[in-house]
Design a protein around this ligand. Sequence first.
Ligand SMILES: *Cc1c(COP(=O)(O)O)cnc(C)c1O
Length: 396
Amino acid sequence: MSNPHPLSVWAQNVSPSPTLEIDAKAKAMMAAGDDVCSFAAGEPDFDTPDFIKDAAITALRAGKTKYAPTPGVEALRVAIAARYGAEYGYLVKPNQVVVSPGGKFSCFIGLQSVCNPGDDILVPAPYWVSYPEMVKLCGGRPVYIATDDRTAFKLTPAMVEQAITPKTKAVIFNNPSNPTGVLYTRTEIEALVAVFLRHNLYILSDEMYEHLIYDGGTPTCIATLSPEAAARTLTASGFSKSYAMTGWRLGTLVARPDIAKAAGELQAQMSSNATTFGQYGAIAALNEKDKARESLSAMKLAFDRRRKLMHAGLVAIPGMTCVLASGAFYLFPNISQFGLPSVAFAARLLETEKVATVPGLAFGAEGYLRLSYAASDETITKGLARLARFCASLKS
Ligand SMILES: *Cc1c(COP(=O)(O)O)cnc(C)c1O
């Protein structure tokens, strides 16, 4: 029987999230008793700190179980505005802040606030898997700018100039980057932002990993670079990575008041406020600074150690090279010497050695693999030995 009403173009064109898919497959194998070393996760392996949980539990018991204002509980918007002032000297008012159900949704409503059907949106590759899908769901066209490990996956102003068309409306910029972990310096960003602004682009700046930086690097809050940058930058961040709160679904968007208002109105029709009592946990995360600093330092110390452990293991494998990236919790080794496309490489690695990774192709970068070091030292040591054995089998 022919179907006179096929599903919508939105439904037909959306791709499933390959990272969530592989993570789910690895978890299913583990549940079935397989000894899997998973480097596929996109989340900290730490639990949310107790003081944050306690604040949410207290709020829940106190009856914070009703709708809250769509853009967020006022005290949380005040705390978020204050933290941008304290951390970056970025002076924003609470009406420039939208609290969303997850940083992913913050990115989406930010993009939807500025992108029209038919617009070109620049997406540097390797990209976070959701960006192209978000652009398409806004009716826009993702215009990829390919980078590779020869420039440590960094864009140059010339690469941006070449990609810009008369239809280019915005650029999505993610620093530190998922999937590469790479951190741009402030000077590098200034040069790129000059090009973005010269072409009147909006900048969706995804700063989700701003607190997970090693080697003494610092995050750059793009909106603080100039008043023009502040006017055209939509800053997305959230609680998922910095506070190990992925399951809480709490993201933030900071932008010009008119943009923040529009984003809040879009959210009002698509989902309303982020979970009310959860927002009280986020208030504690921001206001109880000593406790927050303590848990973040412990997490960073572990990530940094594992980063070095994993990197050393990767570059010890004959034929493999890897940029020692200084942000987030990912490494993105080059596997092009092994003669297998990344999807086949990752699938065979999972089958034969029970090591879960994400193929570079998922991020628009063939010839690479993403490994998350949000895993225990033992898992890293064991998994890297298996990966080395797998690579040796391919070479012989
Ligand atoms: C994890 C992540 C987010 C947001 O995550 P949420 O779980 O939706 O808060 C946004 N951008 C990047 C690049 C991420 O890796």
